[in-house]
Design a protein around this ligand. Structure first.
Ligand code: KIV
Ligand code: ZN
Length: 528
């Protein structure tokens, strides 16, 4: 029997006791990665997709951290159709009250409260004695239970915690009413056998352990996050905390796509299963990568550009004879379709709308019309228009729909002669402004011209260009990250002209920055 046949067979014998719930923390732990901050609209877009793909619990944010985080958790709680919505809180009442308030509109709200339990964290981070930490565990869980019956408790830095103390803390959390107990490998330090033993020991020794769900939360500092999570599940954990593309603090978290596909592909070896619709993995990966401007490593498992590419002649030959020679899963199983040629410049509105709907986009009448006009324009300039082109164009259109500043026209003089010059016309809240500026290269000149119309002090930590498809007529997708007074935003722009895409991306970032500023101090964007 081939492994595929074996896995199909065992899939039909799925046991409820082996079901693992997927807790996605892309919007909380993922967003904590430096530079990965997202706007409310982007968070809602990601949350909607996670909900659709069968994520059981979405950790939507850390409500006490900022008003923006609170609003995101609260809005996601209102739109989620199936998933439990969790808000993170430290052990204090203020944090828990804020989290309770943020998740209150969810059909299924959860408060996730945590405190550090390792000697190094208690001594230096918390400056608390173990006895006081133990008291805080009971008090925080009890307080959280005042808001919801679904309370998760985490022992931060659990894998470097003394076992006896960890057992006492877990017991206290269960007695106070926690329903999920999370054992984080906060610093990505553990190894699979050790993590297996830790979870198995807790389940065996702690009174009441049989009545709660144990959870893994593994960071990837040693590249072991997925292996550790699966070891935790083998020991009896039934919740995995993970993120799309493995986004997260430092080296990131266990990647959702990897844990899910390990269980799907090796169901002959791993009896556990999830409720995730794996065919939505590619879309989720692209969305998260696009929104954060964190590129996915080419050879990343499951979602890397090369994960299904077969370059070596000997491999290609094998693949042509039988795809199972070098492919343990099909591209279709993660929703990766062959890049298909889209309609040409003679295609009509109806075909365009059908195509968008097939790709999972539902646009309103005006947005559809604007996207169609841009598609026609693109089809005029570019010989072949692919799915990826449409994706880039529509994402760009959706992201800029409510923008107050828009690029109207751009002329650039570039080349060896220098100085490079740019003349730009921006529409700022309905009025056109034109400025010319020079710079150290055409991109610098464009950004200087924009800055003279919309002055600001934001730093530019990232300017990134990527070609959407192959060929010299490919669309460029540009990401620009701006940072101002602790606020970070990432703007995107797409066009066959890299300079136009750069201007759009910069303007998009400025629009997002303005939205963030408006929440604290409303005012004009224009140069006085
Ligand atoms: O890594 C960690 O310990 C965390 C906790 C807050 C769960 O993210
Ligand atoms: Zn974490």
């Amino acid at each position: 029997m081939t492994s595929k046949e074996k896995s199909n067979k065992s899939r039909t014998r799925r046991n409820d006791a082996d079901r693992v719930v997927i807790f996605d923390t892309t919007l909380r732990d993922g967003e904590q990665s430096p530079g990965a901050s997202m706007t409310l609209g982007e968070k809602l877009q990601i949350a909607e997709l996670l909900d659709q793909m069968g994520v059981d619990i979405i950790e939507a944010g850390f409500p006490i951290a900022s008003n923006g985080d609170f609003e995101a958790v609260s809005e996601i709680a209102k739109i989620a159709k199936n998933a439990v919505i969790a808000g993170l809180a430290r052990a204090g009442n203020k944090d828990i009250d804020r989290a309770g308030d943020a998740v209150k509109h969810a059909r299924r709200p959860r408060i996730h409260t945590f405190i550090s339990t390792s000697p190094v964290h208690m001594k230096y981070k918390l400056q608390m004695e173990p006895g006081a930490v133990l008291d805080a565990v009971s008090a925080s869980v009890r307080h959280a239970r005042g808001y919801t019956d679904d309370v998760e408790w985490s022992a931060e830095d659990a894998t470097r915690t003394e076992h006896d103390f960890l057992c006492r803390c877990v017991e206290a959390a269960i007695k106070a009413g926690a329903t999920t107990i999370n054992i984080p490998d906060t610093v990505g330090y553990t190894v699979p056998d050790e993590y297996y033993d830790l979870i198995a020991m807790l389940i065996e020794k702690v009174p009441g352990a049989g009545d709660v769900v144990f959870s893994t939360h593994c960071h990837n500092d040693l590249g072991l996050a997925v292996a550790n999570s699966l070891a935790g599940v083998r020991a009896g954990a039934r919740q995995i905390e993970c993120t799309i593309n493995g986004l997260g603090e430092r080296a990131g978290n266990a990647a959702l796509e990897e844990v899910v596909m390990a269980m799907n592909v090796r169901s002959d070896a791993i009896p556990n299963w999830t409720g995730i619709n794996a065919e939505m993995i590619t879309r989720a990966s692209k969305l998260v990568s696009g929104v954060t401007a964190f590129p996915v490593q080419y050879n990343k498992a499951i979602v890397g550009k090369n994960a299904f590419a077969h370059e070596a002649g000997i491999h290609q030959d094998g693949m042509l004879k039988n795809t199972q020679t070098y492919e343990i899963m099909t591209p279709e199983s993660i929703g990766l379709k062959e890049s298909s040629l889209v309609m040409g410049k003679h295609s009509g509105r109806h075909a365009f709308r059908e195509k968008l709907s097939e790709m999972g986009y539902e646009l309103g009448k005006n947005a559809l019309e604007d996207a169609f006009v841009r598609f026609k324009d693109l089809a005029d300039k570019k010989k072949h228009v692919y799915d990826e082109d449409i994706e880039a164009l529509v994402d760009d259109e959706m992201a800029s729909a409510d923008d107050h500043i828009k690029v109207v026209a751009l002329t650039v003089i570039a080349g060896t002669g220098g100085p490079q010059k740019a003349t730009i016309t921006l529409d700022v809240e309905g009025t056109h402004h034109t400025r010319e500026a020079s710079g150290d290269g055409p991109v610098d000149a464009i950004f200087n011209a924009i800055k003279s119309i919309v002055p600001h002090e934001a730093r530019l930590p990232l300017y990134q260009v990527h070609a959407v498809t192959e060929g010299t007529d490919a669309q460029a997708e540009v990401s620009v990250r701006l940072e101002e007074a602790g606020k970070t935003v990432t703007g995107r722009g797409a066009d066959t002209d890299t300079m136009v895409a750069s201007a759009r991306a910069y303007v998009s970032a400025l629009n997002k920055l303005q939205v963030k500023r408006e929440k604290t101090a409303p005012g004009s964007m224009l140069a006085s």
